[in-house]
Design a protein around this ligand. Structure first.
Ligand SMILES: [Zn+2]
Ligand SMILES: [Zn+2]
Length: 603
């Protein structure tokens, strides 16, 4: 976390959607780039060139792929065009006139684009020598673009209209900002994102792998990564014991009928792994088994297995439940999007009177989790339904009650929040915690949902104090969200430097010479028996290399052992966070590590 604190004052980098001016700049920059390309490569034909989140691109049909050297030349040509202060002017023309002009410059892709355009057709001219079909918006003259705030980033292949059967094009990506300072900050963050990339760090730190024979989106956890997962699970389980949760375990597959009853099959089928049917007859009838995309219907069965009394409520069933979703393989990337992942799931069955208090206590748990993980920068999103959409189940009354409960909780707590209309689950609204990382990227982490609909569909009941049968309300909640995704985000946020309590290896014992190795091993064993994750480096390398390797593996505490340390039953301590701490007795080092583990603190 020290990297964040030492950062100088923060430069905000708005996304295109947040700044009208950047929209104009990026849009104009893509035309300027196209003009420059056609000046240098007269055979290149233009296609489309939209703005994107942090910049723009333009696709060209060019006989030769563009090289790095070409990009430099194009950038130089763009700077010339900017310096010429070419006015950007709009011209409205008839479809016939647009057609005539496009044919006169022989741009077949433009003709295709024209077919799809609604009138009025608008052309934008850069000075008097180049124009493009476009709807705007743009800046007034090319001089409003600052060559020092624009960079061309890369070239990639792309297909015309994204269709593999159509022409292969060359896409040039660029980025454009208002000031050179913004560009420099953008480039710094891009480099920093590469340095922190969890796919790269996960491999370097030996936390997880992907294996082609296993399949895309299916991570395999190595021993160190498994320690990390267990630490997170154990931490949450302990918090849950304090709060009266009851553990359950449920299977990974179930009859598809279960998901027809919950509504997942009807609303969510496309995202599930395909049906496992015994024969074609069953397949035609949609009978058979499916991998579970969610845990809720299983926990509901446990609730339903007996007639429940109000005395048993709230009933909080919790499971680290692994679920499977059929994400498109193009969407898979590292741990943030996977096909099998573990949700720190829980379902709370509560009386309507208990709802507000239980909801608040779930939010309290989530805040406690974030604190222990040292995640400070987050906002709450009220993820409500879009009332005009038909992708939801349940009555308006149920939705209003559930959304009201979430709104009351956020207001009671005075939390920083915003509304996300259309972000609800299909069975109920959610409170989502959106975390902003050190690079201003946003990630959805924990979630809490209020649900009146599944209790209705599964006809859940409890016997109330007056002896009548009543319907409970369900709260679905997952503070981590998915363990896989959380770990991916944590690796990037910490840049691989886990807080001491989460580091898979907390301390490495480094013997200066062969003679100190038995002592190093003995201390490592003593520490392990105390629940401290310690290891002795037995490689026999010289001290300089031992230290370098420990640094590279981002081990938070290094304990150097020479003859004097053995003599004094002590360790010469060096931490990644604070550097040299001098010689400390073994017992004191153990105490400090133990208390860091208890309190999620530093050494
Ligand atoms: Zn334009
Ligand atoms: Zn659920």
């Amino acid at each position: 976390m020290s990297a964040i604190e030492s950062q100088p004052e923060k430069i905000h980098l708005p996304k295109t959607s947040e700044s009208e001016q950047l929209k104009k700049i990026r849009h104009t920059a893509s035309h300027v780039m196209a003009m420059a390309v056609q000046k240098l490569f007269p055979k290149a034909q233009v296609t489309i060139g939209p703005f994107i989140e942090n910049g723009f691109y333009y696709d060209f049909d060019s006989p030769e792929p563009f090289t790095e050297k070409d990009l430099k030349a194009i950038k130089k040509e763009m700077a010339k065009i900017m310096r010429r202060k070419l006015p950007i002017s709009r011209e409205e023309v008839s479809r016939e006139e647009a057609d005539r002009r496009i044919r006169s410059i022989n741009e077949p892709y433009k003709l295709e684009i024209l077919e799809g355009l609604q009138e009025p057709i608008t052309l934008y001219h850069l000075g008097e020598e180049w124009w493009d079909l476009c709807a705007g918006p743009h800046v007034e003259t090319t001089a409003e673009l600052n060559p020092d705030a624009i960079a061309l980033e890369s070239v990639a292949g792309a297909y015309w209209r994204g269709d593999e059967t159509k022409a292969q094009l060359q896409r040039i990506y660029g980025t454009a900002w208002e000031t050179p300072e913004q560009l420099a900050e953008y480039q710094r963050r891009k480099e920093e994102a590469l340095r922190r990339d969890h796919r790269k760090l996960g491999k370097e730190l030996g936390l997880f792998i992907f294996a082609d024979p296993v399949g895309p989106g299916l991570p395999l956890w190595t021993p160190k990564g498994t320690i990390l997962r267990s630490l997170l699970e154990d931490f949450l389980k302990k918090e849950q014991v304090k709060r009266g949760y009851l553990p359950v375990v449920t299977p990974h597959i179930a009859r598809v009928d279960l998901f027809k009853l919950s509504g997942h099959w009807q609303k969510y089928k496309e995202d599930m792994f395909p049906l496992m049917a015994d024969d074609d007859g069953d397949r035609a009838q949609e009978q058979g088994f499916v991998m579970k995309p969610m845990n809720c219907p299983f926990h509901i069965q446990i609730y339903k297995s007996e007639l429940r009394s109000y005395r048993e409520l709230p009933m909080r069933l919790a499971e680290f439940g692994t679920v499977y979703r059929y994400e498109q393989s193009g969407e898979l990337g590292g741990l943030t999007r996977v096909r099998g992942f573990t949700v720190d799931d829980s379902h709370l069955f509560v009386t309507p009177e208990q709802l507000d208090a239980e909801f608040l206590s779930v939010v309290d748990l989530i805040l406690e989790v974030f604190k222990s993980l040292q995640l400070k920068n987050f906002r709450a999103r009220l993820s409500f339904r879009d009332p005009t959409s038909d992708k939801y189940i349940g009555s308006d009354d149920a939705w209003e009650k559930a959304e009201g409960a979430i709104r009351r909780a956020v207001e009671t707590l005075g939390m920083d929040h915003f509304e996300g209309i259309g972000e609800a689950a299909f069975y109920g609204p959610k409170l989502d915690f959106i975390f902003q990382d050190a690079l201003e990227r946003e990630w959805q982490l924990g979630t809490v949902q209020v649900d009146y609909n599944l209790p209705e569909r599964f006809e859940l009941e409890y016997v109330a104090e007056d002896g009548t049968r009543k319907r409970p309300v369900m709260i679905h909640r997952a503070p981590f969200g998915s363990l896989e995704r959380l770990i991916g985000i944590l690796i990037e946020e910490y840049a691989g430097d886990f807080p001491l309590w989460l580091a898979p290896i907390q301390v490495r014992l480094l013997a200066v010479g062969e003679e100190q190795l038995p002592f190093a091993k003995q201390v490592a064993l003593e520490m392990q028996l105390l629940g401290i994750r310690a290891e002795a480096d037995t490689s026999g390398d010289r001290l300089g290399k031992l230290i370098r390797n420990a640094e590279k593996s981002k081990i938070p505490v290094m304990a150097v052992i020479g003859a004097k340390e053995v003599e004094a039953n002590a360790l010469s301590i060096r931490t990644r966070a604070a550097g040299e701490l001098g010689v400390l007795p073994v017992a004191e080092v153990c105490d400090r590590l133990n208390s860091a583990n208890q309190n999620h603190g530093n050494f």
